[in-house]
Design a protein around this ligand. Sequence first.
Ligand SMILES: [Zn+2]
Length: 301
Amino acid sequence: MSPPSPVAPRQGALSHHPRSPRALLLALAVGTAVSVGLAAVVVSGLRREPDAGDLLLRRPGLGWIRDAARTPSEQRDRTPAPPSQPRWVSPLTRACPVADPTLRQHLSQMRLQITKVRPDPTNYANRRTRDAFGQAIDPTPSVIVLHETVYGLQSAVNSVTTPHANDDDQASYHTLVGLDGRIVQTVDPAQRAYGAGFSAFDGRWVFTNRRFSGSLNNFALHVSLETPEDGENAGPNHSGYTPAQYDALARVIADWMVRYGIRPEAITTHRHVDLGGERADPRSFDWTELQRRLTALGLVC
Ligand SMILES: [Zn+2]
């Protein structure tokens, strides 16, 4: 396996951390690497759906897109099945801890305070009820995908509020959760956020456009955790997320689970759903912390 490349900063995003000359050189090198990768996909004739390029590892994995692009278009008139992917074994349901009444009280008394920002219309779309091949599809959210921002919360907000004419730059999550527990809704859950471009879950994906690869975005909710400062790189891990962040994440997820009837087994990661083998987020995520909170709220066991 080739070594991971540094993280790709988002187009139009401003980091709240000062950029050093070394960081600028790094950004240039990453930009070149990303351009070469995108060129390879574009040349093949079928492109990845817009995707939150939050943590890019340059691992090979675009074979399906290349193979599909070689298929004559007259043979591509039915929804293709996604390539095989390992089954998701949820860390939330491996064991059944005893619910903590103190934690339950703490979480129940937390005010669910959500700041809403208005995303630029280029960075999201309507959920579809019919796919690009004319098949009726259910747009109800049924999977929750966890991400991390890599750069700060404000950088992710700037990215989603900035117009991106080029689909390769369009990226979004529904909700961001800050290190201090702040909750920011960047795309309404009723809309389709561009969180995972070349992706599937449980053998299911959707083509919203024949020029793009399949993706789970049409039936997914994307939530992204603000990365701590020591994680603004492509390293395999960092110091992790704060208790306030796990509290807020649990409240956001609990709200979605109840609202849409989503099972705990359908809470997964960008790393798992990505079919390109290029995403590794969220790094250093502690499933036990989420499990304790969702169990306290009566949503896991
Ligand atoms: Zn991600």
